[in-house]
Design a protein around this ligand. Structure first.
Ligand SMILES: [Zn+2]
Length: 187
């Protein structure tokens, strides 16, 4: 089965974030509910990848992968909180739907999620931000570059399934593919 985010729900989540985000102009602090947040341009992750690459070489993709993972695990906890307010026992796929909706609401891209047995595929038809900026700003990469997002989804799926998953980006706009496609399998 394929999970795609509903544009109405994407807008609802986006509006909810905007309505519950406050600025303390004296301190320059931005807060969503009780969570300190930042608004960042997508070039943040693009520069992180390519500056780390300049320092340590191709291991940079693995560094970004590691950095993304705990953030995805953390978002799973937040989504469990959110979904438990809507239903006493949310269905397992509700988490994937929420992940797809939230990913689009925060501007990371419109993803679709497919489950095939224990395997999970996430595709982003327009491409994830690091791949898009790589294609725009420099020569095409020799390998997939959206490993921050890969790690993020891997962390989410690992927490959601309660067992270790490992992800791989198979297609990436940053290396000239039409879309970004990630595959996650249990370890
Ligand atoms: Zn990509």
């Amino acid at each position: 089965m394929k999970i795609t985010p509903d544009p109405i729900k994407i807008k609802q989540i986006h509006d909810y974030y905007k309505a519950n985000t406050t600025l303390d102009p004296e301190r320059g602090f931005l807060q969503f509910d009780n969570v300190p947040i930042i608004w960042a341009r997508t070039s943040l992750l693009y520069h992180m990848l390519w500056e780390v690459q300049a320092l340590v070489g191709d291991a940079a993709v693995e560094v970004m992968h590691r950095i993304g993972k705990p953030y995805g695990q953390n978002f799973f906890e937040m989504s469990a909180n959110h979904l438990s307010k809507e239903s006493q026992s949310p269905a397992k796929d509700d988490f994937l739907e929420y992940l797809a909706v939230e990913t689009a609401a925060i501007g990371w891209g419109n993803i679709s999620i497919e489950r095939e047995g224990d395997d999970i595929k996430i595709s982003c038809e327009n491409g994830f931000p690091v791949g898009l900026l790589t294609k725009k700003n420099r020569d095409l990469a020799e390998y997939p570059v959206d490993t921050y997002f890969l790690g993020y989804f891997e962390g989410f799926i690992t927490a959601w399934q309660g067992k270790d998953y490992r992800g791989k980006e198979i297609e990436c706009v940053g290396k000239g593919d039409k879309r970004c496609l990630m595959q996650f399998t249990p370890k």
